[in-house]
Design a protein around this ligand. Structure first.
Ligand SMILES: O=P(O)(O)OC[C@H]1O[C@H](O)[C@H](O)[C@@H](O)[C@@H]1O
Length: 549
């Protein structure tokens, strides 16, 4: 047995789970009229109703005991203080320093990193202003109208999804186009729609070695040169964000056009760094700063609120409850707000790349399930497709519903309908519909009793399906920053409980290496014996199809 499953707190949770499995939330609500009032939290502009969860006081208390037994508070403080908690890469984990608006020093290798962080923010602010005011022009003197932001993974999802979520705050003077995939359709499609004299390319790559991003940037550079720009003009049209300044300058980016980041910022935690430059360009620096401020507020809540009133901690523990004691395989995110539709994809990388691990910090195989599958999309669309599986599928799929109470420029009927569907779904999932009620509905339908029972069985909804509901006044940059930081800390807490290193990604790294090796095979620069038989024949087919005619 692992250290985790040997804990008395774990055993106790197993026992409580066994007893709770026989209880229905419907009955808990009926028995305790104050349940909804008791099971809610407010922090950083977010209201959370967690009463529709399959937990009672015993379960919650035991979950908080587990967190304490796993030394959550000590490890949390170790992260914030810059200890090298990313033990496989020997790195500190300090995305929180990027939004540290306090006077607190953050020391890495004996040096306070805060002056560099502030200087980079100033550089982002000044650059954003010069682009928006038309002072940073292209080489022919025309102001920048289009920004092509190239990056992938954490160097793409955060900037794209935050920009999309805050669409009502978009500035008029520039339009930002994001390109991630190496599939040439995308970059060619974007480049065909912009004028090279009025375009700025922002290339974002922490490592400056990601194949997709390098290739897309090369293609953009070729397009620029072919369109009429010269090598000297590149400085006016290409900037980069990277921790690898050497590689960026070798690539041809002028040193003054490189926005730094640091190895203590993980890719999937990097939107708060200069990787967020496209957000600032799309929305204005004040709105980018608002995101950081919201995240800082959540950091303060996470570090200071008692565990029982701590939103990320509570969410993490509920996740542990379902994943480890109810065999939940996945967790669904359901933003009821069109502009927030990208959030599930954002949290998908954050969570699955962080906790998609099967080995503990000590290199031991786990004997318990770890990170769940994260998925979801905007409501109400999912109600007409995949919600079926959440309502009547054979497993438990905990859901996070989220809804802004106010939305810009929308008529009240649409918004009321959106809200009613959101709340209605949480209610249906919790209550379900009993066999008896379905059977009664089928009276007077002219059915014999067997048929009535058969149909009633299909229509029965077990209910007892857990959900959290988040409400916020409106989706401001600050609220969004807090929401995203909340999920970051939730993932951190789960990593602590599961004793994982949530900050490396060796599986993804292997994919990068093999992708480059296969490319060499496709380009005839690697022996076929380097590949397994299946891959050899796939390469051969591709080469045959692309051979010169
Ligand atoms: O920013 P880059 O170095 O180009 O990396 C881009 C992405 O590469 C990998 O896929 C990592 O797993 C991601 O976390 C990272 O964000």
């Amino acid at each position: 047995m692992s250290a985790l499953t040997s804990l008395p707190e774990w055993t106790k949770l197993s026992e409580i789970a066994a007893s709770v499995k026989n209880a229905h939330m419907r009955d808990w609500f009926a028995d305790d009229p104050s349940r909804a009032d008791k099971m809610q939290l407010e922090a950083c502009g977010l209201f959370l109703d967690y009463s529709k969860n399959r937990v009672n006081d015993d379960a919650l208390n035991a979950l908080f005991d587990l967190a304490r037994a796993c030394k959550l508070e000590t490890l949390r403080d170790a992260m914030f203080s810059g200890e090298q908690i990313n033990s496989t890469e020997g790195r500190a984990v300090l995305h929180t320093a990027l939004r540290n608006f306090s006077d607190r020093e953050v020391v890495v290798d004996g040096k306070d990193v805060m002056p560099e962080v502030r200087a980079t923010l100033e550089k982002i602010e000044a650059f954003t202003a010069s682009v928006h005011r038309g002072e940073h022009t292209g080489y022919t003197g025309k102001p920048v109208k289009d920004i092509v932001a190239i990056g992938i993974g954490g160097s793409f999802l955060g900037p794209k999804i935050m920009t999309e979520a805050l669409k009502p705050h978009t500035v008029d003077s520039v339009k930002v186009h994001f390109v991630a995939n190496v599939d040439g359709c995308h970059i060619h499609d974007v480049l065909s729609r912009v004028d090279f004299e009025e375009t700025l390319v922002v290339m974002s790559s922490k490592s400056f070695s990601t194949q997709e991003t390098l290739q897309n940037t090369l293609t953009a550079k070729e397009w620029f040169l072919k369109s009429g720009g010269t090598q000297q003009d590149i400085a006016k049209h290409f900037v980069a964000v990277s921790s690898n300044v050497k590689a960026a300058t070798e690539f041809g980016i002028a040193e003054e056009n490189i926005f730094p980041m640091w190895d203590w910022v993980g890719g999937r935690y990097s939107l708060w760094s200069a990787i967020g430059l496209p957000i600032s360009l799309a929305l204005g620096f004040e709105n980018f700063k608002g995101l950081l401020e919201g995240a800082f507020e959540m950091d303060t809540h996470f570090t200071q609120a008692p565990l029982e009133e701590n939103m990320p901690v509570l969410l993490a523990l509920l996740g542990i409850w379902y994943r480890n004691f109810f065999d939940a395989q996945s967790h669904v995110l359901l933003p009821y707000y069109h502009y927030l539709r990208g959030l599930p994809a954002y949290v998908q990388q954050l969570d699955m790349e962080s906790n998609g691990k099967e080995v503990t910090q000590d290199g031991e195989q786990v004997d318990y399930p770890t990170g769940p599958i994260i998925w979801g999309s905007e409501g109400t669309n999912g109600q007409h497709s995949f919600h079926q599986l959440i309502h009547q599928g054979s497993g438990v799929i905990p859901a996070d519903f989220m809804l802004p109470l106010n939305v810009p420029n929308q008529d009240d009927t649409h918004h009321a309908m959106l809200a009613s569907n959101c709340f209605g779904q949480t209610q249906a999932l919790m209550q379900g519909k009993s066999f008896e009620a379905c059977y009664a509905d089928l009276e007077d339908k002219g059915l014999d009793d067997d048929e009535r029972r058969r149909l009633a069985a299909h229509k029965t909804m077990p209910g007892n399906k857990p959900s959290n509901t988040f409400l916020f006044d409106s989706l401001t940059p600050k609220t969004l920053g807090a929401l995203v930081a909340m999920y970051e800390h939730k993932v951190f807490v789960q990593g602590v409980i599961w004793n994982l290193n949530s900050f490396d990604q060796w599986g993804v790294e292997l994919g990068k290496v093999l992708g480059n090796q296969v490319l060499a095979g496709i380009q005839g620069e690697a022996e076929k014996e380097n590949f397994d038989a299946s891959t050899q024949q796939l390469i051969a087919r591709f080469r045959a199809a692309n051979a010169p005619k």
